[in-house]
Design a protein around this ligand. Structure first.
Ligand SMILES: [Zn+2]
Length: 407
């Protein structure tokens, strides 16, 4: 590991891969496991940077793809990096843009035809949907979702963009597949991702040297392989031991095609193979039950847009499950969303008021609901961390799950 970045494991869950630890970055420390809120465009939608700190988040994850298109990663470089640009005094992550360039193009619900539950295909595009991305062995050509202009991401471009954005933790450019791709295609994509990972390491090393006056950025390799155990284990072995001119990954991101039923198993496969002394980020996970499974199986950090996205529709977390605060029964509830919640929203506002804001479409509705939801999910993972340290992880899981899901 290089200057300003390190990771150490503190304690473990007995007979499991789950652990607590500490990631040191040039912009501060992240106690793990931790939930990292998503600020796609260098803003956590509807809340101030001060609120992010206030509700307890330790870091923010932004999207390289979005920031490259707007305002342009060169602008963020000029501003002094994404943390300074958004007035966030703490660690930051950026994802590689791989998921976005591809999800807007060749896969996923909004583009791919999903009529049949069991079909597998590599080139099935839904009616009236235009393919916005094309993958080849060198990179991805895609159309901007903003203005239709044509762009190209290669592993080198992704590294250049992420170095300009300047987050503490950045990710290698990968080909993100879906569960609907054929096994043959998964193999091909995995090999492509492996070769791209090597190119990312080389370019990252070159840029780190060229920009030696900037804070060190840690590069995480991204593991694909969909639902296949042999492919997932191979990806973990390949990237876990990969070294280009003595440079290896500082950590790993587990991404791509997985569903609720298999995510724990997939995580276990890869974490059994990965070096123990490097942090692992589980990309795109944010539901409480998935977070428990993720922590238990050795993920150190998580990110997901869900807590904020759900908040903006009025869907708020409580220990007894989610409720929609805009529904009529809450119109006269002059108490907080949760009585014992210590978030700014619950300390100062009632369900009745927030219900009124949603029903009258006031902007403050999103702000207050987002603060509560983020506080809830960040706090949930914080509790998991505390309970691992005291040896009570499974007791806590049982207690929380029993109440939240009523089972
Ligand atoms: Zn609250």
């Amino acid at each position: 590991m290089s200057a300003g970045f390190s990771f150490q494991v503190d304690s473990k869950i007995q007979d499991r891969l789950g652990r607590t630890g500490e990631i040191q970055t040039p912009h501060g420390v992240i106690q793990t496991p931790a939930f990292i809120p998503v600020g796609t465009k260098a803003t956590l939608k509807s809340v101030l940077a001060e609120s992010i700190k206030d509700f307890g988040a330790q870091a923010v994850l932004a999207n390289a793809y979005h920031l490259y298109l707007q305002p342009g990663s060169d602008v963020i470089d000029e501003a002094g990096g994404v943390a300074k640009f958004m007035n966030w005094d703490g660690p930051t992550f950026t994802d590689s843009g791989g998921f976005q360039v591809l999800s807007l193009g060749v896969g996923f619900k909004k583009v791919i035809a999903m009529d049949e539950k069991t079909f597998q295909a590599d080139d099935v595009i839904a009616d009236k949907k235009e393919r916005l991305a094309h993958v080849d062995d060198d990179g991805v050509t895609f159309k901007s979702h903003l203005d239709g202009s044509l762009h190209r991401f290669t592993p080198e471009v992704s590294m250049q963009v992420q170095h300009q954005i300047g987050a503490d933790i950045i990710f290698a450019f990968d080909e993100c597949t879906t569960l609907h791709n054929t096994r043959k295609y998964q193999e091909k994509a995995l090999e492509r991702t492996r070769l791209w990972a090597k190119r990312c390491l080389s370019e990252h090393d070159r840029l780190t040297k060229e920009r030696s006056n900037k804070p060190y950025q840690a590069l995480f390799g991204v593991l694909q392989g969909a639902q296949y155990e042999d492919l997932r284990r191979k990806a973990a072995q390949d990237l876990g031991s990969m070294s280009e001119d003595g440079v290896s990954f500082d950590g790993f991101g587990i991404g791509g095609a997985l569903d609720k039923q298999t995510l724990g198993e997939i995580l276990r496969w890869v974490n059994e193979e990965l070096p123990e002394n490097k942090p692992r980020h589980f990309l795109g996970i944010g539901e409480p039950d998935d977070l428990f499974v993720g922590v238990e199986n050795g993920a150190d950090t998580f990110d997901c847009v869900a807590p904020s996205r759900q908040a903006r529709t009025g869907s708020v977390f409580t220990k007894d499950g989610r409720l929609n605060i805009s529904n009529a029964p809450h119109k006269r509830e002059f108490k907080p969303i949760e009585d014992d919640c210590t978030c700014y929203t619950c300390q100062n506002y009632t369900r009745a008021y927030i219900c009124h804001l949603f029903r009258s479409k006031e902007m403050l509705a999103s702000t207050l609901a987002t603060i509560h939801n983020q506080h809830f999910i960040v706090g949930l993972v914080d509790q998991m961390r505390k309970r691992i340290k005291t040896g009570e992880f499974f007791e806590y899981k049982k207690e929380f799950m029993g109440r939240y899901y009523g089972k």
